[in-house]
Design a protein around this ligand. Structure first.
Ligand SMILES: [Zn+2]
Length: 159
């Protein structure tokens, strides 16, 4: 390892927290939105954007210090990064590896982007159900109105 590499590792290593790898290039800012990180009231965060990736072309990496993502939080990430891999770091080493567990449906993750959908009617409290038609590219369809969802808009509709 060269001195430069060593310095790089020191800069990027975190003591405790979560490292999320294999976020598609350029999507890390949406990942922050998904985890409700607004930049002003958050733990220390490191972003790496648009590094070459054999799997994805380019990828982003996100490191959140002193916060361990739960499986539930992680599953929300499927909206933008179904291939993401997650390491929980404790005392500078990987304590746990998690991956997104995407079933046939995402339940109560986000609400349908169509405001006239029955699932968005306040008088009809229904669970929000999105069918997973495909993961690459991610294609989601509302269980109730059958319409495909625009992912950029859907990220704004997270519950
Ligand atoms: Zn709908």
């Amino acid at each position: 390892m060269t001195a430069d590499e060593q310095a790089m590792r020191r800069v990027t290593a975190i003591r405790n927290g979560t490292v999320i790898d294999h976020i598609p290039g350029g999507m890390v800012l949406q990942a922050l939105q998904i985890f409700n990180v607004d930049g002003r009231h958050s733990n220390p965060i490191s972003l790496v954007m648009n590094v070459p990736s054999r799997k994805l072309g380019t990828k982003d990496i996100l490191k959140i210090e002193d916060r361990e993502l739960t499986q539930e939080e992680l599953d929300r990430l499927a909206l933008i990064a179904p291939m993401a891999s997650v390491s929980i770091i404790r005392n500078y080493s990987v304590a746990e590896k998690l991956s997104i567990q995407l079933g046939d449906e995402m339940i109560n993750v986000a609400h349908c982007v169509y405001s006239n959908c029955i699932s968005n009617a306040e008088r009809e409290p229904l669970p929000h159900r999105l069918k997973v038609l495909n993961t690459s590219p991610m294609t989601l369809q509302c269980h109730y109105c059958g319409r495909n969802q625009n992912l950029d808009r859907l990220v704004k509709n997270l519950l």
